[in-house]
Ligand binder design. Sequence first.
Ligand code: GAP
Length: 454
Amino acid sequence: MSSVDMETIVSLCKRRGFIFQSSEIYGGAGGCWDYGPLGAELKRNVKEAWWKAMVHDRDDVVGLDASILMNPQVWVASGHVQQFSDPLVDCKACKSRFRADHLKGDKCPDCGGELTEPRMFNLMFKTFMGPVEDDAAVVYLRPETAQGIFVNFQNVMSTSRKKLPLGIAQVGKSFRNEINTGNFIFRSREFEQMEMEYFVKPGTDDHWFQHWLEQRFNWYVKLGIKKENLRLRPHAKEELAHYAKGCYDVEYLFPMGWSELEGIANRGSYDLEQHSKFSGKDLSVFEEETKERFVPYVIEPSAGVDRSVLAFLLDSYHEEVVEKEKRVVLRLHPALAPIKVAVLPLSRNEKLVPLATEVHASIRGCFMTQYDDSQSIGRRYRRQDEVGTPYCVTVDFQSIEDKQVTIRDRDSLHQIRIPIDTLRATLLAKLGGEDFDVLPPGGSLVTGGKSQLG
Ligand code: GAP
Protein backbone atom coordinates (compact mmCIF):
# COMPACT_ATOMS: atom_id res chain seq x y z
CA MET A 1 0.00 0.00 0.00
CA SER A 2 1.14 3.56 -0.50
CA SER A 3 2.88 4.51 2.73
CA VAL A 4 0.83 7.63 3.27
CA ASP A 5 -2.72 8.12 4.48
CA MET A 6 -5.30 10.18 2.64
CA GLU A 7 -5.39 12.97 5.28
CA THR A 8 -1.68 13.68 4.77
CA ILE A 9 -2.14 14.01 1.00
CA VAL A 10 -5.30 16.13 1.36
CA SER A 11 -3.45 18.46 3.70
CA LEU A 12 -0.37 18.68 1.47
CA CYS A 13 -2.62 19.41 -1.51
CA LYS A 14 -4.34 22.26 0.27
CA ARG A 15 -1.23 23.70 1.90
CA ARG A 16 0.83 23.72 -1.28
CA GLY A 17 -1.90 24.71 -3.73
CA PHE A 18 -2.58 21.47 -5.54
CA ILE A 19 -6.27 20.96 -4.81
CA PHE A 20 -8.92 22.98 -2.96
CA GLN A 21 -12.53 22.30 -2.09
CA SER A 22 -14.78 23.89 -4.72
CA SER A 23 -16.49 27.15 -3.66
CA GLU A 24 -14.74 26.86 -0.31
CA ILE A 25 -15.62 30.35 0.91
CA TYR A 26 -19.32 29.40 0.60
CA GLY A 27 -18.89 26.17 2.50
CA GLY A 28 -18.06 24.03 -0.55
CA ALA A 29 -20.01 22.26 -3.30
CA GLY A 30 -20.51 18.55 -2.65
CA GLY A 31 -18.16 16.30 -4.58
CA CYS A 32 -16.52 19.10 -6.57
CA TRP A 33 -12.85 20.11 -6.43
CA ASP A 34 -10.67 22.93 -7.76
CA TYR A 35 -7.11 22.44 -8.90
CA GLY A 36 -4.76 25.20 -7.71
CA PRO A 37 -1.60 26.40 -9.48
CA LEU A 38 0.46 23.26 -8.88
CA GLY A 39 -2.49 20.88 -9.26
CA ALA A 40 -3.42 22.43 -12.60
CA GLU A 41 0.14 21.79 -13.84
CA LEU A 42 0.17 18.22 -12.52
CA LYS A 43 -3.21 17.45 -14.06
CA ARG A 44 -2.19 18.92 -17.43
CA ASN A 45 0.98 16.82 -17.35
CA VAL A 46 -1.00 13.63 -16.64
CA LYS A 47 -3.32 14.37 -19.57
CA GLU A 48 -0.39 15.25 -21.84
CA ALA A 49 1.48 12.06 -20.94
CA TRP A 50 -1.66 10.06 -21.78
CA TRP A 51 -2.23 11.92 -25.07
CA LYS A 52 1.39 11.42 -26.05
CA ALA A 53 1.31 7.69 -25.35
CA MET A 54 -2.13 7.15 -26.88
CA VAL A 55 -2.14 9.54 -29.86
CA HIS A 56 1.22 11.11 -30.74
CA ASP A 57 3.31 7.96 -30.34
CA ARG A 58 0.97 5.78 -32.44
CA ASP A 59 -0.12 5.68 -36.08
CA ASP A 60 -3.42 3.95 -35.34
CA VAL A 61 -5.03 6.46 -32.94
CA VAL A 62 -6.35 9.96 -33.63
CA GLY A 63 -7.77 12.57 -31.27
CA LEU A 64 -11.19 14.15 -30.86
CA ASP A 65 -12.71 16.92 -28.75
CA ALA A 66 -16.49 16.51 -28.75
CA SER A 67 -19.03 18.72 -27.00
CA ILE A 68 -20.30 17.97 -23.51
CA LEU A 69 -23.94 18.68 -24.39
CA MET A 70 -25.29 16.30 -27.01
CA ASN A 71 -28.57 15.39 -28.64
CA PRO A 72 -30.54 13.65 -25.83
CA GLN A 73 -31.25 10.72 -28.15
CA VAL A 74 -27.56 9.77 -27.76
CA TRP A 75 -28.25 8.80 -24.15
CA VAL A 76 -31.38 6.88 -25.04
CA ALA A 77 -29.44 4.88 -27.63
CA SER A 78 -26.46 4.32 -25.34
CA GLY A 79 -28.69 2.88 -22.62
CA HIS A 80 -27.87 5.60 -20.08
CA VAL A 81 -31.44 6.97 -19.80
CA GLN A 82 -32.71 3.48 -18.99
CA GLN A 83 -29.84 1.89 -17.14
CA PHE A 84 -27.35 4.39 -15.78
CA SER A 85 -28.81 4.22 -12.30
CA ASP A 86 -27.77 3.25 -8.80
CA PRO A 87 -30.09 1.91 -6.08
CA LEU A 88 -30.67 4.65 -3.52
CA VAL A 89 -31.89 4.28 0.08
CA ASP A 90 -32.69 6.96 2.66
CA CYS A 91 -32.41 6.68 6.42
CA LYS A 92 -35.84 7.42 7.89
CA ALA A 93 -34.27 8.73 11.10
CA CYS A 94 -31.26 10.90 10.12
CA LYS A 95 -32.17 11.39 6.42
CA SER A 96 -28.73 10.33 5.16
CA ARG A 97 -28.61 8.81 1.68
CA PHE A 98 -26.66 5.75 0.61
CA ARG A 99 -26.09 3.49 -2.33
CA ALA A 100 -27.88 0.28 -1.35
CA ASP A 101 -25.20 -1.84 -3.06
CA HIS A 102 -22.48 -0.20 -0.90
CA LEU A 103 -24.14 -1.07 2.41
CA LYS A 104 -23.24 -4.10 4.48
CA GLY A 105 -26.35 -4.39 6.67
CA ASP A 106 -29.96 -3.21 6.40
CA LYS A 107 -29.67 -0.42 8.99
CA CYS A 108 -28.27 3.11 8.56
CA PRO A 109 -24.47 2.96 9.03
CA ASP A 110 -24.53 6.47 10.58
CA CYS A 111 -27.28 6.16 13.20
CA GLY A 112 -28.62 2.59 13.01
CA GLY A 113 -31.99 3.90 11.79
CA GLU A 114 -34.42 2.14 9.49
CA LEU A 115 -33.83 2.47 5.74
CA THR A 116 -36.36 3.03 2.94
CA GLU A 117 -36.81 0.48 0.14
CA PRO A 118 -34.21 1.00 -2.60
CA ARG A 119 -35.30 3.09 -5.60
CA MET A 120 -33.36 3.56 -8.79
CA PHE A 121 -31.69 6.93 -9.19
CA ASN A 122 -30.35 8.05 -12.59
CA LEU A 123 -26.87 9.53 -12.28
CA MET A 124 -27.06 11.90 -15.24
CA PHE A 125 -27.28 15.64 -14.55
CA LYS A 126 -30.14 17.26 -16.45
CA THR A 127 -30.39 20.78 -17.76
CA PHE A 128 -32.35 22.65 -20.44
CA MET A 129 -31.22 23.73 -23.87
CA GLY A 130 -32.70 27.04 -24.97
CA PRO A 131 -35.00 29.43 -23.10
CA VAL A 132 -37.96 27.14 -22.44
CA GLU A 133 -37.64 24.83 -19.47
CA ASP A 134 -39.90 21.99 -20.56
CA ASP A 135 -39.48 18.26 -21.17
CA ALA A 136 -38.67 18.79 -24.85
CA ALA A 137 -35.68 20.98 -23.90
CA VAL A 138 -34.06 18.52 -21.48
CA VAL A 139 -30.41 17.71 -22.23
CA TYR A 140 -27.82 15.90 -20.13
CA LEU A 141 -24.29 16.69 -19.05
CA ARG A 142 -22.36 13.75 -20.47
CA PRO A 143 -21.62 11.02 -17.91
CA GLU A 144 -18.80 9.64 -20.10
CA THR A 145 -16.83 11.04 -23.02
CA ALA A 146 -17.15 7.79 -24.98
CA GLN A 147 -20.46 8.56 -26.69
CA GLY A 148 -18.99 11.65 -28.37
CA ILE A 149 -16.55 9.26 -30.02
CA PHE A 150 -19.15 6.72 -31.18
CA VAL A 151 -21.38 9.33 -32.78
CA ASN A 152 -18.38 10.76 -34.65
CA PHE A 153 -17.05 7.38 -35.79
CA GLN A 154 -18.10 7.85 -39.43
CA ASN A 155 -16.90 11.47 -39.52
CA VAL A 156 -13.46 10.47 -38.32
CA MET A 157 -13.22 7.36 -40.51
CA SER A 158 -14.08 9.26 -43.65
CA THR A 159 -11.89 12.31 -42.96
CA SER A 160 -8.78 10.70 -41.48
CA ARG A 161 -8.28 8.22 -44.38
CA LYS A 162 -7.40 5.52 -41.86
CA LYS A 163 -8.27 1.84 -41.87
CA LEU A 164 -9.17 -0.44 -38.99
CA PRO A 165 -7.91 -0.99 -36.41
CA LEU A 166 -8.43 2.65 -35.56
CA GLY A 167 -8.56 4.32 -32.17
CA ILE A 168 -10.22 7.63 -31.36
CA ALA A 169 -9.03 9.27 -28.15
CA GLN A 170 -10.61 12.00 -26.11
CA VAL A 171 -9.92 13.78 -22.83
CA GLY A 172 -12.58 15.82 -21.13
CA LYS A 173 -15.04 16.48 -18.35
CA SER A 174 -17.77 14.08 -17.38
CA PHE A 175 -20.50 14.54 -14.79
CA ARG A 176 -22.30 12.06 -12.56
CA ASN A 177 -24.70 12.88 -9.80
CA GLU A 178 -23.06 10.33 -7.50
CA ILE A 179 -25.11 9.42 -4.43
CA ASN A 180 -22.01 9.17 -2.25
CA THR A 181 -18.87 11.05 -3.18
CA GLY A 182 -15.70 10.64 -1.19
CA ASN A 183 -12.11 9.70 -0.70
CA PHE A 184 -11.02 13.18 -1.81
CA ILE A 185 -10.92 13.39 -5.63
CA PHE A 186 -11.47 9.64 -6.07
CA ARG A 187 -15.24 9.89 -6.50
CA SER A 188 -16.61 13.28 -7.40
CA ARG A 189 -19.57 14.63 -9.34
CA GLU A 190 -17.50 16.51 -11.90
CA PHE A 191 -14.35 14.78 -13.10
CA GLU A 192 -12.23 14.22 -16.16
CA GLN A 193 -11.82 11.09 -18.22
CA MET A 194 -9.17 9.97 -20.69
CA GLU A 195 -10.97 7.57 -23.00
CA MET A 196 -10.07 5.80 -26.19
CA GLU A 197 -12.38 3.71 -28.34
CA TYR A 198 -10.37 1.28 -30.45
CA PHE A 199 -12.42 0.00 -33.42
CA VAL A 200 -11.43 -3.45 -34.66
CA LYS A 201 -12.65 -6.20 -36.95
CA PRO A 202 -14.78 -8.75 -35.03
CA GLY A 203 -12.66 -11.79 -34.32
CA THR A 204 -9.53 -9.71 -33.64
CA ASP A 205 -11.05 -8.20 -30.48
CA ASP A 206 -9.48 -10.67 -28.02
CA HIS A 207 -6.02 -9.91 -29.38
CA TRP A 208 -6.50 -6.15 -29.07
CA PHE A 209 -8.08 -6.48 -25.65
CA GLN A 210 -4.88 -8.17 -24.41
CA HIS A 211 -2.79 -5.53 -26.16
CA TRP A 212 -4.56 -2.68 -24.38
CA LEU A 213 -4.48 -4.40 -20.99
CA GLU A 214 -0.69 -4.51 -21.25
CA GLN A 215 -0.29 -1.02 -22.68
CA ARG A 216 -2.41 0.60 -20.06
CA PHE A 217 -0.90 -1.25 -17.09
CA ASN A 218 2.59 -0.36 -18.31
CA TRP A 219 1.69 3.31 -18.78
CA TYR A 220 1.27 3.74 -15.01
CA VAL A 221 4.45 1.78 -14.28
CA LYS A 222 6.45 3.82 -16.79
CA LEU A 223 5.27 6.99 -15.09
CA GLY A 224 6.53 5.78 -11.74
CA ILE A 225 3.73 3.86 -10.00
CA LYS A 226 5.16 0.88 -8.13
CA LYS A 227 4.14 -2.40 -9.72
CA GLU A 228 3.20 -3.91 -6.37
CA ASN A 229 0.57 -1.17 -5.94
CA LEU A 230 -1.14 -1.97 -9.25
CA ARG A 231 -3.18 -4.93 -10.39
CA LEU A 232 -5.48 -5.99 -13.18
CA ARG A 233 -8.77 -7.38 -11.91
CA PRO A 234 -11.24 -9.16 -14.21
CA HIS A 235 -14.91 -8.26 -13.71
CA ALA A 236 -17.24 -11.01 -12.62
CA LYS A 237 -20.21 -11.54 -14.99
CA GLU A 238 -22.69 -9.81 -12.70
CA GLU A 239 -20.41 -6.74 -12.43
CA LEU A 240 -20.26 -6.13 -16.18
CA ALA A 241 -21.80 -2.91 -17.47
CA HIS A 242 -24.79 -3.35 -19.80
CA TYR A 243 -22.62 -2.89 -22.90
CA ALA A 244 -19.57 -4.97 -21.94
CA LYS A 245 -18.54 -8.36 -23.30
CA GLY A 246 -15.59 -8.44 -20.92
CA CYS A 247 -13.87 -5.96 -18.62
CA TYR A 248 -10.76 -5.61 -16.47
CA ASP A 249 -10.08 -2.83 -13.99
CA VAL A 250 -6.62 -1.44 -13.47
CA GLU A 251 -6.69 -1.09 -9.71
CA TYR A 252 -4.39 0.86 -7.41
CA LEU A 253 -3.84 0.11 -3.76
CA PHE A 254 -5.30 3.37 -2.42
CA PRO A 255 -5.33 4.00 1.36
CA MET A 256 -8.96 2.73 1.41
CA GLY A 257 -7.92 -0.50 -0.36
CA TRP A 258 -7.72 -1.74 -3.96
CA SER A 259 -9.90 0.55 -6.09
CA GLU A 260 -10.47 1.27 -9.77
CA LEU A 261 -8.16 3.60 -11.63
CA GLU A 262 -9.22 2.63 -15.11
CA GLY A 263 -11.64 0.23 -16.80
CA ILE A 264 -10.68 -1.65 -19.96
CA ALA A 265 -13.72 -3.12 -21.67
CA ASN A 266 -14.56 -5.09 -24.76
CA ARG A 267 -17.79 -3.31 -25.75
CA GLY A 268 -18.40 -5.54 -28.75
CA SER A 269 -20.47 -3.78 -31.42
CA TYR A 270 -23.07 -2.64 -28.87
CA ASP A 271 -22.61 1.13 -29.20
CA LEU A 272 -22.34 1.38 -32.98
CA GLU A 273 -25.32 -0.98 -33.41
CA GLN A 274 -27.39 1.08 -31.00
CA HIS A 275 -26.51 4.38 -32.67
CA SER A 276 -27.21 2.85 -36.05
CA LYS A 277 -30.61 1.73 -34.87
CA PHE A 278 -31.58 5.03 -33.24
CA SER A 279 -30.10 7.42 -35.83
CA GLY A 280 -31.01 5.37 -38.88
CA LYS A 281 -27.42 5.80 -40.17
CA ASP A 282 -25.33 2.88 -41.34
CA LEU A 283 -22.23 2.71 -39.14
CA SER A 284 -20.71 -0.40 -40.69
CA VAL A 285 -17.40 -0.38 -42.56
CA PHE A 286 -16.39 -2.03 -45.79
CA GLU A 287 -13.08 -3.86 -45.87
CA GLU A 288 -11.60 -3.50 -49.34
CA GLU A 289 -9.21 -6.49 -49.12
CA THR A 290 -11.84 -9.07 -48.13
CA LYS A 291 -14.87 -7.27 -49.59
CA GLU A 292 -16.55 -7.77 -46.22
CA ARG A 293 -18.91 -5.34 -44.53
CA PHE A 294 -19.20 -5.39 -40.72
CA VAL A 295 -19.92 -3.30 -37.66
CA PRO A 296 -16.61 -2.93 -35.78
CA TYR A 297 -16.07 -4.15 -32.25
CA VAL A 298 -14.67 -1.72 -29.72
CA ILE A 299 -11.97 -2.08 -27.08
CA GLU A 300 -12.17 0.77 -24.61
CA PRO A 301 -9.49 1.81 -22.10
CA SER A 302 -11.23 4.42 -19.95
CA ALA A 303 -9.14 6.16 -17.29
CA GLY A 304 -9.94 8.84 -14.73
CA VAL A 305 -7.68 11.89 -14.76
CA ASP A 306 -8.42 12.76 -11.14
CA ARG A 307 -7.92 9.22 -9.89
CA SER A 308 -4.62 9.07 -11.77
CA VAL A 309 -3.53 12.37 -10.20
CA LEU A 310 -4.41 10.96 -6.78
CA ALA A 311 -2.51 7.72 -7.40
CA PHE A 312 0.57 9.60 -8.66
CA LEU A 313 0.51 11.82 -5.58
CA LEU A 314 0.10 8.92 -3.14
CA ASP A 315 2.67 6.71 -4.80
CA SER A 316 5.33 9.39 -5.06
CA TYR A 317 5.02 10.57 -1.45
CA HIS A 318 8.00 9.80 0.77
CA GLU A 319 9.13 10.90 4.18
CA GLU A 320 12.72 10.49 5.27
CA VAL A 321 15.16 11.93 7.76
CA VAL A 322 17.97 14.02 6.31
CA GLU A 323 20.44 15.72 8.65
CA LYS A 324 18.16 14.98 11.59
CA GLU A 325 15.22 16.72 9.93
CA LYS A 326 12.13 15.23 8.34
CA ARG A 327 12.19 15.61 4.57
CA VAL A 328 8.94 15.20 2.63
CA VAL A 329 9.53 14.52 -1.02
CA LEU A 330 7.22 13.77 -3.95
CA ARG A 331 9.28 11.53 -6.21
CA LEU A 332 7.10 12.39 -9.21
CA HIS A 333 8.25 11.37 -12.66
CA PRO A 334 9.83 14.46 -14.27
CA ALA A 335 7.19 14.43 -17.01
CA LEU A 336 4.51 14.84 -14.33
CA ALA A 337 6.27 17.21 -11.91
CA PRO A 338 4.45 20.57 -11.88
CA ILE A 339 7.73 22.49 -11.71
CA LYS A 340 10.69 20.98 -13.50
CA VAL A 341 13.43 23.35 -12.32
CA ALA A 342 13.60 25.88 -9.51
CA VAL A 343 16.16 28.68 -9.71
CA LEU A 344 17.32 29.67 -6.25
CA PRO A 345 19.73 32.54 -5.67
CA LEU A 346 21.61 31.93 -2.43
CA SER A 347 20.24 35.21 -1.10
CA ARG A 348 18.53 38.41 -2.22
CA ASN A 349 21.87 40.18 -2.27
CA GLU A 350 21.85 42.77 -5.04
CA LYS A 351 25.06 41.37 -6.53
CA LEU A 352 23.40 37.99 -7.07
CA VAL A 353 20.04 39.10 -8.43
CA PRO A 354 21.05 40.09 -12.00
CA LEU A 355 22.89 36.82 -12.62
CA ALA A 356 20.14 34.69 -11.03
CA THR A 357 17.49 36.49 -13.13
CA GLU A 358 19.57 35.89 -16.24
CA VAL A 359 19.99 32.20 -15.42
CA HIS A 360 16.24 31.91 -14.94
CA ALA A 361 15.51 33.70 -18.22
CA SER A 362 17.86 31.34 -20.07
CA ILE A 363 15.85 28.24 -19.17
CA ARG A 364 12.28 29.34 -18.54
CA GLY A 365 11.09 28.94 -22.14
CA CYS A 366 12.06 25.27 -22.16
CA PHE A 367 10.01 23.98 -19.26
CA MET A 368 8.01 25.03 -16.23
CA THR A 369 10.32 26.82 -13.83
CA GLN A 370 10.03 28.73 -10.61
CA TYR A 371 12.22 31.51 -9.26
CA ASP A 372 12.30 31.52 -5.48
CA ASP A 373 14.42 33.83 -3.36
CA SER A 374 12.51 33.91 -0.07
CA GLN A 375 13.79 32.36 3.19
CA SER A 376 16.84 30.18 3.74
CA ILE A 377 18.20 27.97 0.98
CA GLY A 378 17.51 24.87 3.12
CA ARG A 379 13.84 25.76 3.46
CA ARG A 380 13.56 26.47 -0.24
CA TYR A 381 15.03 23.07 -1.08
CA ARG A 382 12.48 21.44 1.25
CA ARG A 383 9.63 23.40 -0.35
CA GLN A 384 10.65 22.20 -3.81
CA ASP A 385 11.09 18.60 -2.60
CA GLU A 386 7.59 18.66 -1.16
CA VAL A 387 6.05 19.57 -4.54
CA GLY A 388 8.24 17.19 -6.50
CA THR A 389 10.59 19.56 -8.37
CA PRO A 390 13.27 17.29 -9.90
CA TYR A 391 16.06 19.89 -10.04
CA CYS A 392 17.08 23.00 -8.15
CA VAL A 393 19.65 25.36 -9.65
CA THR A 394 21.51 27.43 -7.09
CA VAL A 395 23.26 30.67 -7.96
CA ASP A 396 25.86 31.72 -5.36
CA PHE A 397 28.59 34.33 -5.04
CA GLN A 398 31.13 32.01 -6.62
CA SER A 399 28.83 31.93 -9.70
CA ILE A 400 29.64 35.58 -10.39
CA GLU A 401 33.33 34.73 -10.53
CA ASP A 402 33.40 31.33 -12.26
CA LYS A 403 30.12 31.49 -14.25
CA GLN A 404 29.04 28.16 -12.79
CA VAL A 405 25.90 27.05 -10.94
CA THR A 406 24.96 24.05 -8.81
CA ILE A 407 22.28 21.56 -9.88
CA ARG A 408 20.75 19.59 -7.02
CA ASP A 409 18.95 16.31 -7.70
CA ARG A 410 15.68 15.88 -5.75
CA ASP A 411 15.98 12.13 -5.23
CA SER A 412 19.69 11.47 -4.67
CA LEU A 413 20.41 14.92 -3.20
CA HIS A 414 23.54 14.75 -5.31
CA GLN A 415 24.89 18.12 -6.43
CA ILE A 416 26.94 18.95 -9.52
CA ARG A 417 28.50 22.21 -10.52
CA ILE A 418 28.40 23.09 -14.19
CA PRO A 419 29.13 26.10 -16.44
CA ILE A 420 26.09 28.32 -16.89
CA ASP A 421 26.38 28.11 -20.65
CA THR A 422 25.78 24.35 -20.54
CA LEU A 423 22.90 24.55 -18.04
CA ARG A 424 20.03 24.59 -20.50
CA ALA A 425 21.34 21.64 -22.52
CA THR A 426 22.18 19.68 -19.35
CA LEU A 427 18.71 20.16 -17.90
CA LEU A 428 17.02 19.33 -21.19
CA ALA A 429 19.02 16.12 -21.42
CA LYS A 430 18.22 15.19 -17.82
CA LEU A 431 14.53 15.97 -18.10
CA GLY A 432 13.91 14.80 -21.63
CA GLY A 433 16.21 11.83 -21.41
CA GLU A 434 13.53 9.34 -20.53
CA ASP A 435 11.46 9.41 -23.64
CA PHE A 436 9.13 12.05 -22.24
CA ASP A 437 8.54 15.38 -23.80
CA VAL A 438 8.93 18.25 -21.43
CA LEU A 439 9.14 20.78 -24.22
CA PRO A 440 6.32 23.16 -25.04
CA PRO A 441 4.79 22.78 -28.51
CA GLY A 442 7.31 24.04 -31.05
CA GLY A 443 10.20 23.70 -28.58
CA SER A 444 13.34 21.99 -29.74
CA LEU A 445 16.05 20.03 -28.03
CA VAL A 446 18.97 22.41 -28.39
CA THR A 447 22.07 20.61 -27.28
CA GLY A 448 25.10 22.71 -26.67
CA GLY A 449 23.05 25.79 -27.53
CA LYS A 450 24.44 29.10 -26.28
CA SER A 451 22.57 30.53 -23.35
CA GLN A 452 21.97 34.22 -23.05
CA LEU A 453 24.83 34.28 -20.61
CA GLY A 454 27.35 33.53 -23.35
N1 GAP B 1 -16.86 4.89 -20.87
C1 GAP B 1 -16.71 3.93 -19.85
C2 GAP B 1 -16.79 4.50 -18.52
O1 GAP B 1 -17.12 5.66 -18.34
P1 GAP B 1 -16.45 3.94 -15.98
O2 GAP B 1 -15.80 2.75 -15.33
O3 GAP B 1 -17.81 4.31 -15.51
O4 GAP B 1 -16.44 3.63 -17.54
C3 GAP B 1 -14.18 5.15 -16.31
O5 GAP B 1 -15.49 5.18 -15.82
C4 GAP B 1 -13.22 5.83 -15.35
O6 GAP B 1 -13.68 7.15 -15.06
C5 GAP B 1 -13.11 5.14 -13.99
O7 GAP B 1 -12.17 4.08 -14.03
C6 GAP B 1 -12.64 6.26 -13.11
O8 GAP B 1 -11.24 6.44 -13.21
C7 GAP B 1 -13.31 7.49 -13.71
N2 GAP B 1 -14.52 7.81 -12.95
C8 GAP B 1 -15.76 7.29 -13.07
N3 GAP B 1 -16.61 7.83 -12.19
C9 GAP B 1 -15.90 8.74 -11.49
C10 GAP B 1 -16.21 9.66 -10.42
N4 GAP B 1 -17.44 9.77 -9.93
N5 GAP B 1 -15.20 10.44 -9.93
C11 GAP B 1 -13.96 10.37 -10.42
N6 GAP B 1 -13.60 9.53 -11.43
C12 GAP B 1 -14.56 8.73 -11.95
